[in-house]
Design a protein around this ligand. Structure first.
Ligand code: 13P
Length: 251
């Protein structure tokens, strides 16, 4: 059985005081033990504040990015060890906003994943196609290429510390959620790919989240799909009511 995993990617939102307010109300509202792993990914500046509050709650902390080098003259960057030191157990890598706005390619993402694993971080590895690619019928080939290149050189053991996140670019921040059937189709395809590359056990054990305009209204029907093991939530994770409702739809 794969344990559901719900992550809140706050992106570039929330000052520390706002982060504290949100986390305090989440802690009050989420019944523990929760029926899912819950991960919070604040911006770097709020990691410390969130870490203090979630100590002992069972919530996990994630960074939203890091550099692939362990240290050095990279002004403005953060290393995997720094995230670990700030209390993170996870990092989100390969997000389409990083790919699009910061020109991260598959080779860089592969280096970042390896650096994260080397440092003891777990990875949420995002893949997804654009609307244009979907309309051209390229969804599967794009996902396949992102996964093959992103996970190149990794072993089945390494995959035990990776969560896949399918985030169709056209569904992120647009209010257009993929239908449960559309999402399930791609998740099924991803699991098949993992089977081909890493074998049956890895394919069965790897959790695959869906992300892209997930709301309390859409989460229930997405999360009951056979190959959808959780959600990577953007804007709805910034609100206690909606994030709690999404968490409770995971069983
Ligand atoms: P939204 O839920 O705001 O569409 O964002 C999804 C996302 O990018 C999570 O990483």
């Amino acid at each position: 059985m794969r344990r559901p995993i719900i992550a809140g990617n706050w992106k570039m939102n929330l000052l520390r005081s706002e982060a504290r307010d949100l986390v305090e109300s989440l802690i009050r509202r989420v019944k523990t033990p929760a029926s899912a792993d819950i991960i919070l990914a604040p911006p770097f500046t709020a990691l410390g504040a969130v870490e203090e509050l979630i100590a002992g709650t069972g919530f996990f902390l994630a960074g939203q990015n890091h550099h692939f080098e362990p240290k050095g003259a990279y002004t403005g960057e953060v290393s995997p060890a720094m995230l670990k030191d700030a209390g993170c157990q996870y990092v989100i890598l390969g997000h389409s906003e990083r790919r699009t706005y910061f020109f991260e390619d598959d080779a860089q993402i592969n280096k970042k994943i390896k650096a994260a694993l080397l440092c003891g971080l777990n990875v949420i590895f995002c893949v997804g196609e654009t609307l244009e690619q979907r309309e051209k019928g390229e969804t599967q080939s794009i996902i396949q290429s992102q996964i093959e290149k992103g996970l190149q050189g990794l072993t089945g053991n390494d995959i035990g510390r990776i969560v896949l996140a399918y985030e169709p670019v056209w569904a992120i921040g647009t209010g257009k959620t993929a239908t449960p059937d559309q999402a399930q189709e791609v998740h099924f395809f991803i699991r098949g790919l993992l089977r081909e590359i890493f074998g049956e056990i890895v394919a069965q054990n790897t959790r695959i989240q869906y992300g892209g305009s997930v709301t309390p209204e859409s989460s229930g029907s997405l999360l009951t799909q056979k190959d959808i093991d959780g959600a990577l939530v953007g804007s709805a994770s910034l609100n206690t009511d909606s994030f709690c409702a999404i968490i409770s739809s995971a069983h």
